[in-house]
Design a protein around this ligand. Structure first.
Ligand SMILES: Cc1ncc(COP(=O)(O)O)c(C=O)c1O
Length: 459
């Protein structure tokens, strides 16, 4: 590709604008009604996001008619891809009966039984409308059970948008503090006063430092919440020794261990806890558990969950919600879960391994300082030369390069998450993985990402 008159390579953003006039027009209209045209913060990227019209299997069609290989699967929620026939049939059937009722349905018993059967630690569970509500209620249950006020989360961990979780999700390196005592950094303005004090921030995968922090603060801690694979930090897996330490130290101090498997349940039929062989006290599910419809789950030890039992008195911890356990999402979830059996998990995990290895070889062949992380069917791309074991190692990474690659891939007909993460769905096979790698190769041949100036990337 020849140099332009500006001395740089033709910008992928310029290509993107040329290809997507209808998205641009919709964005121009959207900003008149929605702040910045946006209503889901994780979907915005400059210059404007692609507006999507249709999804089919592992393919998306944007409003300009381009087909894109869907490696986002709505940020991992669509583990079987778009318009999965089983999910659609279940939902269509449910809609002939109604969408939500002022009474429980047999469907909630069925999905609860399926989840309990697959995740033995989830002895009792409750349904929510989102992962955010699931983690909110899990932490509340832990506080009520232990009588303690604070909880601990990992630096770089994202568990939803409620106040106490919007702490140190993506802290600025300058504000993050030392490894052995990370600072609680607000991820939003407007958090309730006292929010930062209720959260102990722990350094992910730093065994000694995290153990010392938990031990020093144990008396006040109700729970430690952790994603076995940190999703929003870019698919960074916990090391087994780290999770084993968390299990041991929390048990020793009467602190509840909460696994947030909203993203990483898909690792195995019994979820990430089966993959790692660790039994948490509470578990949160979301995204894929609703088969593409709004659904979350929190559950775990029967004695902790008994606080929600309404039979003998007003429950010690109420959990109302007008659309909790709505049967449309439940039916979609049952179908999605049934299809995600051991064979399906194995297949997408093997494809994920092939994808990560292929991507890393491509980056190495182009002498790029880039690392591919992930586990099973999940992957993340980080523009850093150092090994990536936590958000700490990627917080100085180069969002400009990552964004250029992301736009380049959109121009090649591939959709990732804007943070450079993605996943393999059961709608994919080897052909799609090879197609993705070929698209990445074309982008790397077209733009020299070693020279690309740090652009308007988003950390
Ligand atoms: C690990 C994790 N937990 C919780 C949530 C919150 O889920 P929801 O977006 O359904 O509220 C997310 C969302 O991305 C997540 O990645």
């Amino acid at each position: 590709m020849p140099l332009t008159s500006h001395g740089g390579y033709p910008s992928e953003a310029a290509r993107y604008r040329e290809r997507t006039p209808r998205s641009a027009a919709l964005m121009a209209e959207a900003v008149r009604h929605l702040p910045g045209g946006d209503t889901r913060s994780t979907l915005f990227y400059p210059p404007y996001p692609l507006f999507i019209k249709h999804g089919e299997g592992c393919w998306l069609t944007d409003v300009d008619g381009h087909r894109l290989l869907d490696l986002s699967s709505n940020h991992t929620a669509l583990v079987h891809g778009n318009r999965n026939p089983g999910v659609l049939a279940a939902v269509a059937d449910q809609l002939t009966h109604g969408s939500c009722f002022p009474g429980p349905s047999a469907t909630q018993v069925e999905l609860a039984g399926l989840i309990h059967g697959r995740i033995p630690s989830v002895e009792r569970l409750r349904f929510t409308n989102s992962g955010t509500e699931a983690t909110l209620n899990a932490v509340r249950a832990a506080r009520a059970f232990t009588g303690r006020g604070r909880f601990a989360k990992m630096e770089g961990g994202y568990h939803g948008s409620q106040d106490p979780m919007m702490v140190s999700t993506h802290p600025d390196p300058a504000a993050a503090g030392p490894l052995d005592c990370p600072r609680a950094v607000p991820s939003s303005l407007g958090l309730a006063p006292g929010t930062l004090e209720e959260v102990l921030v722990l350094p992910f995968n730093a065994v000694a430092e995290t153990r010392a922090l938990i031990e020093a603060h144990a008396d006040g801690l109700a729970a430690v919440i952790v994603e076995p694979v940190q999703g929003s930090a870019g698919m960074i897996p916990a090391e087994p020794a780290f999770l084993a330490m968390l299990r041991e130290v929390t048990a020793a101090h009467g602190i509840l261990l909460i696994f947030d498997e909203v993203v990483c349940f898909r690792l195995a039929p019994g979820g990430a806890q089966a993959w790692y062989g660790i039994r948490p006290d509470l578990t949160c599910l979301g995204k894929m558990i609703g088969g593409g419809f709004p659904l979350g789950v929190f559950g775990g030890r029967a004695d902790v969950m008994a606080q929600f039992d309404p039979r003998e008195q007003v429950p010690r911890v109420p959990h109302p919600g007008s659309l909790n356990a709505n049967p449309v999402s439940l039916r979609a979830g049952i179908s999605a879960l049934e299809q995600l059996d051991a064979g399906a998990c194995d297949r997408i995990n093997r494809l994920g391994e092939r994808l990560r290895a292929g991507l890393q070889s491509l980056f190495d062949a182009h002498r790029l300082s880039a690392r591919v992380t992930g586990a099973g069917s999940l992957f993340g791309i980080h523009f850093t030369g150092a090994p990536v074991r936590s958000y700490r190692e990627v917080m100085g990474a180069d969002p400009g390069r990552r964004h250029t690659l992301f736009l380049g891939l959109l121009n090649e007909g591939v959709m990732l998450d804007p943070r450079g993460a993605g996943c393999v769905s059961t709608a994919m096979g080897e052909t799609e993985v090879e197609r993705f790698l070929a698209a990445t190769r074309r982008v790397l041949e077209r733009i020299d990402l070693r020279q690309e100036p740090v652009g308007p990337g988003r950390s």
